[in-house]
Design a protein around this ligand. Structure first.
Ligand code: BGC
Length: 766
């Protein structure tokens, strides 16, 4: 057992705290200490319940934003470690911290405040090794002092209010007059969370965005300025202002504009997304909120007078995961789609993979994460990010084995028995499996195996009748269906039967469990899951396939799932694929799939020999399609195919996000088939790369790159008449095979490619 590096420290907080609907200004904390000789080494271990920023002698420590992130704080809290000796000096020193409510006690989703506790708390230990060989420690305890400062309110959903006239001066420097400060309280936690060193990437300021336009709306109380940043994203703005003392600049954030040019905020629901700054009135003042973020493209600025100077810049926040992917092709609309996917990923990867960054929701929806993870791991390095989230999933697992619909688990949707339902809770098996495939990471399978097994047992015991999952005779929650499918039902769950989706996913995850068991050397388990998989497949066939071998349910998603998960008999696959084509044709060559069917749609079409239909859907520009939003100026992925349409304008604002990555799951197909970077199930982590370009549609060229630990995988193809020229890069540590589209021949015939760069020209045979 490693000794707890935070030993001796106590959770401290302010004596004042808010209520379920009232917030309390973020408290500052301070403590002075004296060093007799220079510090040879000084290590700070620090964390908070809430979010924190630390300072020593007036200097900010680290550049993390919203540390220590979001977990189920009753179970796990991560701490950060900083080496800070250069910030210390011989003589008097001071250490300070500011705490925000963050996810711990701020508003979460559509709930009240104080989801995990009543007020933010700080836990800190500074260990100093002095030049004279002695040790000194500073810990959070009763000797610390606290007070509030210029931040009057700060929460993720509502925004931040700052009064610069209340700034505290040199509060984190020594020799500061703290007579107006109160004593802190030592706070006992109701639970005993494990304290672990941070394992995921920190959230950081990842970029700045300058406005592309400002327009002014005349209003009787003074002008309203609308700043357009040209990109929907998650973060906030930094402002510069020169105005009279007491002038209050108000900043309201929105993703879209109303037809009158004002900001559209109805889709934010209860999230006020409203920051404000009160000027001291000196020279130029600069401010950026600390403990809030918004999902927005537009900022409405009010409160300025004509002669006031004002400027703003967008600050992009997301988990610092490192971008690993690049995709481009000859259709500029698809390039914009790729950009939109990446931006929706950035906007929703703030410590937890969330559904959306703007409205009063921003939750770790398991289904969304599951459908998007493969794409996510092309765009960015997702290994550590998802390892952290899988720990959150384990923390959220219920005693009966159920996995809730959102992780970190919060007490909403209790009615659903804490089971998120098919394709949502199944993230508990699909996500570690995908991380294993993309990074060759067996650890994540090991860490999560028994949790997967308990989940699977729960499903068989409580969520199935026979082997039919989400059987209509089961009481309670049957799942979210094919969420937001536009397949004629008029219901957000679409019309694919819940038991069909449930049983198809049960078959899929059982097959994955069989594979995982074997990888982990659990051959007996592997055999058992394999047998079970066959039984589930038979049960699926009995119930959902007609005597003609085709699906009884005639939605696109029904057939897509049956083909994707190999649930049809071998000799009915081709006919089923034909039927899928006719369903698409009947829909005037448009998709009709929701969250569940969409990620697999193009892959299923391509693998069943209908590549041209796959491209027809991918490049479709009219609604519903991926490119319809692009054609209409989208810079991120919309939650709904019909989030906005020419005929109806905005969808019902009660659920209409313009920054939801789920439909961006098509990105994986663009990397793996349009460009052609595929992995090999038997040699995960791209140890064996399969270059599998599938040119089609209007495309004349495409390229993809993926950064691995040891270098880049790269491919670029160009098509001229019957000639397909290819440039390939195989990084050190990998080998590759080129899998050409049908009908193309290469001399010499397919060979194993060792690390290096290659160019080939393949010719189409007539
Ligand atoms: C979220 C989704 C989520 C869904 C569950 C919505 O409110 O935004 O993305 O998966 O609920 O069906």
């Amino acid at each position: 057992m490693i000794e707890n590096p935070l030993r001796g420290s106590q959770w401290i907080g302010s004596p004042n705290f808010g209520g379920p609907r009232t917030s309390e200004p973020p408290p500052h904390f301070r403590k002075e200490f004296h060093l007799d000789s220079p510090a040879k080494r000084a290590t700070l271990y620090v964390t908070a319940l809430g979010v924190y920023e630390c300072e020593i002698n007036g200097q900010r420590i680290g550049d993390d934003v919203f540390a220590p992130g979001w977990t189920d704080y009753h179970k796990t809290v991560y701490f950060q470690t900083f080496e800070i000796e250069p910030l210390l000096k011989v003589g008097d020193n001071a250490i300070g911290a500011i705490l925000g409510e963050g996810w711990y006690c701020g508003y979460i989703a559509w709930e009240n405040r104080q989801g995990y506790g009543d007020r933010p708390k700080l836990l800190l230990r500074l260990v100093i090794e002095l030049a004279d060989g002695s040790h000194q420690e500073v810990v959070s305890d009763t000797s610390w002092k606290t007070r509030t400062g210029p931040i009057l309110e700060a929460g993720f959903l509502m925004g931040e209010a700052y009064d610069a006239r209340r700034e505290l001066g040199a509060w984190s420097h020594p020799s500061y007059d703290e007579s107006a400060w109160q004593s802190v309280e030592i706070l006992k936690l109701g639970s005993d969370p494990q304290l672990l060193p941070q394992i995921g990437p920190s959230i950081r300021r990842m970029g700045e965005i300058k406005p592309i336009a400002v327009h002014k709306i005349a209003y009787w109380r003074g002008p309203i300025f609308i700043y357009d940043l040209g990109q929907n994203f998650a973060g906030r703005v930094r402002i510069k202002v020169r105005a009279a003392e007491g002038r209050t600049v108000r900043l309201r954030h929105a993703e879209m504009l109303n037809p009158d040019g004002g900001i559209f905020t109805e889709n934010l629901r209860q999230a006020r997304a409203d920051d404000s700054y009160v000027c001291v009135g000196n020279d130029e003042e600069s401010w950026e909120p600390r403990f809030t973020f918004h999902g927005f493209r537009y900022v409405e600025v009010t409160g300025l007078l004509r002669d006031d100077f004002f400027e703003l810049v967008g600050i992009v926040l997301h988990s610092d995961m490192g971008e690993t992917g690049h995709f481009a092709c000859s259709n500029p609309l698809l390039n914009q789609l790729q950009s939109n996917i990446l931006w929706s990923q950035k906007s929703n990867f703030l410590d937890v993979p969330t559904d959306c960054p703007q409205r009063d929701e921003r939750l770790g929806w398991t289904g969304d994460a599951q459908v998007f993870i493969r794409t996510a791991c092309f765009n960015m390095d997702g290994q550590a990010f998802f390892r952290k989230w899988m720990q959150d999933v384990r923390d959220g697992q219920q005693p009966n084995g159920a996995i809730p619909c959102v992780i970190p688990h919060i007490n909403i949707h209790k009615v659903f028995d804490d089971d998120g339902g098919p394709a949502w809770s199944d993230a508990t098996i699909i996500c570690p499996w995908t991380i294993y495939l993309c990074y060759g990471d067996i650890m994540i399978l090991k860490e999560h195996y028994s949790s997967m097994q308990r989940y699977h047992e729960f499903l068989l015991k409580h969520r199935c009748i026979g082997l039919i999952r989400s059987h209509p005779d089961i009481e309670g929650w049957l799942g979210y269906g094919d969420w937001l499918a536009l397949d004629g039902s008029g219901d957000d769950r679409g019309s694919t039967p819940p038991d069909l989706i449930g049983t198809a996913f049960l078959a899929f995850i059982t097959e994955l469990l069989a594979r995982i068991a074997r990888i982990l050397g659990q051959d007996e388990d592997g055999q058992r899951y394999s047998n079970l998989h066959h039984e589930i497949r038979d049960a699926f066939r009995d119930r959902f396939i007609g005597p003609d071998g085709l699906m009884l349910s005639k939605t696109q998603t029904s057939t897509v799932l049956a083909l994707q998960f190999n649930l049809l008999t071998e000799n009915s696959r081709a006919a089923a694929a034909e039927e899928l084509i006719s369903l698409i044709e009947k829909n005037a060559w448009h998709l009709g799939t929701g969250f569940v069917g969409t990620p697999y749609l193009l892959g299923v079409l391509e693998e069943s020999g209908h590549l041209e239909t796959a491209y027809r859907l991918l490049e479709q520009e009219t609604f519903p399609s991926w490119l319809f939003p692009v054609k209409n100026g989208a810079t991120t992925i919309w939650e709904r195919w019909d989030a906005w349409t020419v005929e109806n304008g905005f969808q019902n604002p009660s659920m209409n996000s313009f920054n939801h990555y789920a439909y961006g799951a098509v990105g994986a197909w663009m990397y793996s088939r349009v460009a052609g970077i595929e992995l090999d199930l038997e040699n995960p982590g791209y140890r064996h790369i399969i270059f599998r370009p599938r040119p089609g549609g209007t495309l004349t060229w495409a390229e993809g790159r993926l950064k691995l630990k040891a270098g880049y995988v790269g491919i670029r193809w160009e098509m001229k008449e019957d000639m397909l020229s290819l440039s390939l890069t195989v990084p050190i540590g990998s080998c590759a095979t080129l899998d050409l589209p049908e009908g193309y021949l290469l001399e010499p015939a397919n060979q194993r490619l060792e690390p290096g760069n290659y160019t080939f020209t393949a010719v189409r045979q007539q």
